[in-house]
Write a protein that binds this ligand. Structure first.
Ligand code: PDD
Length: 287
């Protein structure tokens, strides 16, 4: 544990001094929500979009937002500055607060608020060259996957099953259709068309996902937000994952079989470049 500066309940303190009560409902019940926001050149990527998703998660679990967007921004800016000039990802966590253990909502608990920023290392160039491997697994999660809930036990168990099979990600199948990864959204390319599942309660509305959809539309690259069956998924020409910490990453092996010719595809290469260009523009904009 380091002494990096973090924010906890109104205070800026070293990480190794940040403590919460064992009665915090985040600890006891996993009763809270979170956000992960990447920052490039000191500037958060799509701050407003992340704040909107945070608000949606809070509304869905009935915790009132303890801070205004300007206050969130000020905390994040301070932590980015304290962490240094590197690219970073900000982790932001809100629980229903501290109360005696009882499932019903407490009457007077104050939400617990925790924010930290860590260095975001660029994706290993070898992964970009070779792609990563993934496995498909049954989506055993709950029915509110659109909420960015801190209770991630199903995602953790699924990811570990992938790791146990030497794969980097598990891609989830529900009712015969592909939903998303354990910590990523998924795109396929099929007959030259990019496809990703539509946003609903079965997946997290990824900010990176939305940006990729927007970039495709801006550049008039064919893209569809449609249901993708397991069969279509497994026979795709290209598969990618997206997340705030992994950018747009090619998946070249599924269940030990090659995706397409087993190499990152041309449509991915093009989108990856467009995503990098977008980040570069953000890096160069003044605060
Ligand atoms: N996870 N789906 C799930 C289940 C996720 O946990 C994530 C991100 C995404 C991608 O969302 P975004 O593009 O907004 O990062 C999709 C973060 C990075 C995490 O839990 O660390």
């Amino acid at each position: 544990m380091t002494s990096q500066l973090v924010y906890l309940n109104g205070e800026y303190i070293p990480l190794n001094e940040a403590k919460v009560s064992v009665l915090d409902r985040g600890f006891i019940f996993g009763d809270g929500i979170y956000e992960v926001i990447p920052a490039f050149g000191g500037k958060t990527l799509r701050f407003e979009h992340h704040m909107q998703r945070l608000q949606n998660s809070l509304d869905a679990v009935r915790i009132s937002n303890p801070l205004s967007n300007a206050q969130w921004q000020a905390i994040i800016d301070k932590l980015i500055t304290a962490t240094g000039p590197q690219d970073q990802y900000i982790y932001l966590h809100i629980t229903r607060g501290v109360a005696s253990r009882d499932h019903r909502f407490p009457d007077n608990a104050e939400p617990t608020v925790f924010v930290m920023s860590n260095v975001l290392h660029a994706v290993d160039p070898e992964l970009l060259e070779k792609g990563i491997s993934a496995v498909t697994l049954d989506d055993i999660r709950w029915q509110y996957c659109n909420i960015k809930a801190i209770a991630l036990l199903p995602n953790i168990l699924l990811r570990q099953q992938a790791v146990d099979r030497d794969a980097a990600e598990a891609i989830l199948i529900r009712d015969g259709n592909m939903t998303e990864g354990t910590a990523s959204n998924i795109f396929i390319v099929s007959n030259g068309i990019i496809k990703t599942p539509p946003k609903d309660n079965k997946l997290l509305p990824g900010i990176t996902r939305d940006l990729v959809v927007e970039l495709a539309n801006t550049h008039k690259i064919p893209i569809e937000e449609v249901t993708i069956s397991e069969k279509e998924f497994l026979s795709a020409d290209e598969i990618w994952l997206t997340s705030s910490t992994k950018d747009v990453l090619p998946i070249t092996q599924i269940n030990d079989k090659h995706v397409g010719n087993g190499k990152p595809g041309p449509v991915w290469q093009d989108m990856y470049q467009k995503y990098q260009d977008y980040k570069e523009i953000l890096r160069k904009t003044s605060n």
